[in-house]
Design a protein around this ligand. Structure first.
Ligand code: ZN
Length: 380
């Protein structure tokens, strides 16, 4: 069976104009001008969907999602429940990289891997980082390098915490050893082999990453700091780091007046207005994670819960403010897919996976296709 999405305003993420997109099995087999002939084998069943000129974008790639649920920073009653697969589809997310955070004791790599399988069973594409905030790392095999090499779903280590009161107060040697495990494991297994680092509010900022780059032979792409928009000074440091070739990740968390954070939309607007390489930035959600506020003594005073929906909200914020969709989209699609070597993801092109999202005029999700099935349909 062949499926055709007719009359789609395609953003691949670059703008391609009005196209018909042909899908066989889980793959895109043709992207042609709307209404043009496309040769198909005789007798094949063709199912047509008219997209009515709406925008068709690649499914969003969320490289930082607490698929098991996160939290637990004020006792077990503050652990957050695992988001349902439906939450990702509703948010236009078709590829997810799960992880463990502060609680890598009552949550385990086993549970995380089961979470990956659960999402895959539901039609999402899913991977995970091994480890969590702490060192020595929580792993399945006892070694992050072996986890990366032996476990299909593991693409690197994360979210290892630095510059945070909840971190293991890592030394440079420990960071270097872990980054080396990522790099070498990635080479052996043909994976990203990336060290995804949680950044806290600590004044040391990105110092450990700068030292690691200065004092080792490890390539810059191995170090992947996230939450870099949580403080103005930290974001400035992150912008400098991209000049050395590092990929940076901003988090689409809610912003409160006076907390010093920059919204993901503001961070991306600033980045896109600079002359920094367009492919070195991504946006992730921290979905399912706890977004805690601590007092000076490190006690949690309140918390919110992250959601994948914040990705689409950020994208809409950008386009509403006049940023072209094709300029904003790479940070949500092709940039993370290519840095993290999620083959077939993040673009609408022949040979790529048919992970596709139809957007309504107001930027909300009409439908999501994954592996050529319609998984989610907005009734409106
Ligand atoms: Zn984090």
């Amino acid at each position: 069976m062949i499926q055709v999405l007719r009359n789609a305003q395609v953003y691949a993420p670059q703008s391609l104009g009005l196209k018909d997109v042909f899908i066989a099995g889980s793959k895109i087999i043709g992207v042609v001008d709307a209404g043009c002939e496309f040769e198909l084998p005789d007798g094949v069943e063709v199912v047509e969907h008219d997209v009515l000129g709406r925008q068709l974008i690649p499914g969003l790639v969320d490289c930082h999602a607490h698929i098991t649920g996160g939290g637990g920073e004020d006792g077990a009653s503050t652990k957050v429940a695992a988001p349902l697969a439906e939450t990702y589809f509703a948010a236009g997310v078709t590829s997810v990289v799960g992880l463990l955070g502060t609680d890598d004791i009552t949550r385990s790599t086993e549970e995380l891997l089961a979470g990956v399988r659960a999402l895959r069973e539901e039609g999402l594409s899913a991977w995970c980082w091994t480890g969590g905030y702490h060192y020595p790392l929580t792993t399945l095999t006892g070694s992050p390098r072996e986890d990366i090499v032996h476990i299909d779903a593991v693409i690197g280590v994360g979210e290892l915490a630095i510059s945070d009161h909840r971190s293991s107060q890592l030394t440079l040697d420990e960071v270097l050893r872990t980054a080396s495990d990522c790099h070498v494991g990635g080479l052996i297994a043909r994976k990203a082999g990336v060290l995804h680092l949680h950044l806290g509010d600590g004044k040391r900022g990105l110092d450990l990453i700068r030292q690691a780059l200065e004092q080792s032979e490890l390539p810059a792409r191995v170090f992947h700091p996230t939450h870099v928009n949580r403080q103005r000074a930290l974001f400035n440091e992150a912008l400098e780091l991209t000049k050395l070739g590092c990929h940076i990740d901003v988090t689409a968390f809610p912003i409160e007046d006076g907390d010093g954070a920059i919204s993901a939309a503001d961070a991306l607007r600033e980045y896109l207005a600079s002359d920094l390489p367009g492919n070195l930035i991504s946006v992730s959600s921290d979905g399912g994670g706890c977004l805690p506020v601590f007092d000076e003594q490190g006690r949690m005073v309140k918390y919110d819960v992250g959601t994948s929906a914040s990705l689409l909200e950020t994208l809409n914020d950008l386009t509403d403010s006049g940023v072209a969709l094709e300029r904003a989209l790479p940070a949500f699609t092709s940039n993370p897919a290519e840095h993290l070597r999620l083959d077939g993801k993040g673009r609408i092109a022949v040979g790529y996976d048919a992970d596709l999202v139809v957007l309504k005029e107001d930027g909300s999700v009409v439908s999501v296709f994954t592996a050529a099935e319609t998984h989610y349909k907005n009734k409106n």
